[in-house]
Design a binder for this molecule. Structure first.
Ligand code: SF4
Length: 397
């Protein structure tokens, strides 16, 4: 006698056979801490949180170091170019081979445009072509003797994204991430993108507020501070070599140009006369010093020089750039001239590479602090005299 239960007992329901996709809160996702992730990381955190990832399962690779490159990136280099791109092999390798708990996804976005505060005032906000193409370059080193991602159970996800065009970002990220997240929907992505921008703006606002507090303290006490004019990834201790940290140890507050306060009252005080005289269209217009305003980080560097030249308590500008950087080359002279013509001290650390030039940095840091001790008060007074009355950084009289 046949039993009717057996066929059903061993039969598969529609969803059996292929395991259901793990809940996103269980997925582990790695992001290389490189390039323009330094200024957009909060967008990605906001986005992934809204998509259901547990923040504790989002892993950023460590700061760049030579050791990281030796241990995880050796033999995987595919391009000979600037160190901020080259070092990515070590970051990828750390995420693929160096995790105690394996990752499920490696997210390395190809960022084409950046959501800059100068957007709308400049021609474009493009990333450096090397930055945009870097994920493709570096990925190649992990595919040459077999697919290192697949062998480690990792889905490689590299969406192309124009972060300065919020209307097309949901479509771009849906297309770029749907293979890594099979149950993703377009509506869900639209909501997540919104959350990403909110997180990024909240973070930027918070840091700008902190910078304003620093500037207000300097104005109240008539003390100097320094401003770093560099690309966002020079904040990486392995790329910028913490030169500004060495200076901070002497008691000088440090501001990063990316997070300079852009409140209307301060912008009007700093640039209002130029706008009213017709030299520029707005406080964020840089056409007076930089005509080909296509590259986002380059535009911000030029704007940083302009604002540093105007704010009296910024007594010194630190310029950093990396060896073999074709984007920075044409900006060296204009940035230096803008800063120095205002009487502000200017020190440049060009050609930064993988190794910290510790000896020369030490000597230069001593030189900078010597000049600051000797001249900062005069610089502040001269710059104050050149500015209009009613500085909003000072308490109202
Ligand atoms: S801007 Fe310069 S340092 Fe940065 S990736 Fe491009 S070439 Fe390299």
């Amino acid at each position: 006698m046949t039993t009717l239960t057996l066929p059903r007992w061993f039969g598969r329901t529609r969803s059996a056979g292929s395991a259901p996709p793990p809940s996103r809160s269980k997925l582990r996702l790695g992001i290389p801490r490189v390039l323009n992730l330094w200024n957009t990381h909060q967008f990605w955190m906001g986005l992934l949180g809204a998509l259901g990832f547990d923040p504790r399962n989002i892993v950023f690779s460590s700061d760049t170091s030579e050791e990281q490159g030796r241990q995880f990136g050796k033999g995987r280099g595919t391009v000979d170019c600037c160190y901020p791109v080259k070092c990515m092999s070590g970051h990828y390798g750390e995420l693929v081979f160096g995790q105690k708990q394996k990752l499920d996804i490696l997210l390395s976005p190809m960022i084409y445009t950046l959501p800059s505060f100068l957007s709308g005032h400049v021609a474009k906000t493009l990333t450096c072509p090397r930055v945009m193409a870097a994920p493709e370059n570096i990925k190649a080193g992990f595919l040459k003797e077999g697919d290192a991602f697949a062998e480690n159970g990792i889905r490689y996800c590299s969406p192309f994204v124009s972060l300065d065009e919020p209307l097309i970002v949901p479509k771009q990220l849906f297309e770029g991430m749907k293979d890594a997240l099979p149950d993703l929907t377009r509506e869900e992505m639209a909501r997540a993108v919104d959350a990403g921008y909110k997180a990024l703006h909240a973070f930027n606002d918070k840091l700008r507020k902190k910078s304003r507090e620093v500037l207000e303290w300097c104005a109240r006490e008539d003390k100097p501070c320094l401003m770093v004019v560099a690309r966002p990834y020079h904040m990486d201790p392995g790329i910028g070599h913490e030169i500004e940290v060495d200076l901070q140890a002497y008691g000088y507050p440090i501001l990063w140009m990316q997070y300079f306060p852009i409140d209307a009252d301060l912008m009007d005080w700093a640039f209002g006369d130029d706008v009213r005289a017709g030299h520029v269209k707005s406080a964020f217009d840089i056409h007076d010093v930089w005509q080909s305003s296509y590259s986002s980080n380059t535009n911000e560097i030029l704007w940083g020089a302009k604002v540093a030249a105007r704010i009296p308590w910024i007594a010194c500008v630190l310029r950093m750039s990396s060896y073999e950087c074709g984007m920075d080359q044409p900006t060296y002279s204009p940035v230096q001239q803008i800063v120095e013509r205002s009487g502000t001290l200017f020190f440049s650390f060009q050609d930064l590479d993988s190794t910290k030039p510790a000896g020369s940095v030490k000597i230069r840091v001593e030189t900078i602090t010597h000049y600051l001790e000797k001249y900062a008060a005069d610089i502040i007074n001269r710059k104050k005299a050149a500015m209009p009355p009613g500085c909003p950084l000072l308490p109202a009289a």
